[in-house]
Ligand binder design. Sequence first.
Ligand SMILES: [Zn+2]
Length: 191
Amino acid sequence: MKKTTIGLSLIFTLLLSVVSYAANVGRELNNKCRQNIKLLNNGTELMLKKTSRELPRWVSYKQAIKDFLYPDKYLEDKTIVGPTPDCEYYLVSNDNNDYQWLCYLHGVLDGNKTLSFRYHEHQFQGKTSDRFMSNEQYKKHVQNMLHWTEYSPTPKEFLLYHYNMNPIVTTIICVVLVVGSFYLIKSFFKF
Ligand SMILES: [Zn+2]
């Protein structure tokens, strides 16, 4: 009986430590990325006020900071790092009055369509804007975002995702399943 109790407590502790790690991580990543896009939009606005430069129709963050968005002059944060490996930043513009920075994974801040998708164990929301759909590179980016809506998670990601959505219910279901399987195996092998 003592062994059973120790075994069950160990499994329970292990399960809790795995699931609590994932708590609210998705929301934090979303916010961090939105913050980066805001900084880039603000920096570009400042640059346009001070220069007469024409914005390119599409440019990556790396190229932009070399060409015109000098971090020391225009950006509050000198090195902008995406919170996920797929967060890469690009500027899309129709002209100097109609532009937005976007994350390749999360999209733009101000868009007319919202996409909800799974990114590994996280639930993310992203926005796209039809205003830029005549831009081929922007179109490709929207297709990339759509591909994430078809993403199928691994079993571990599936578990972590449900924990993020509803921690108490998921933990209870997991514990019931683990305890149930334990007693099933125990009765089967009669130990
Ligand atoms: Zn992002």
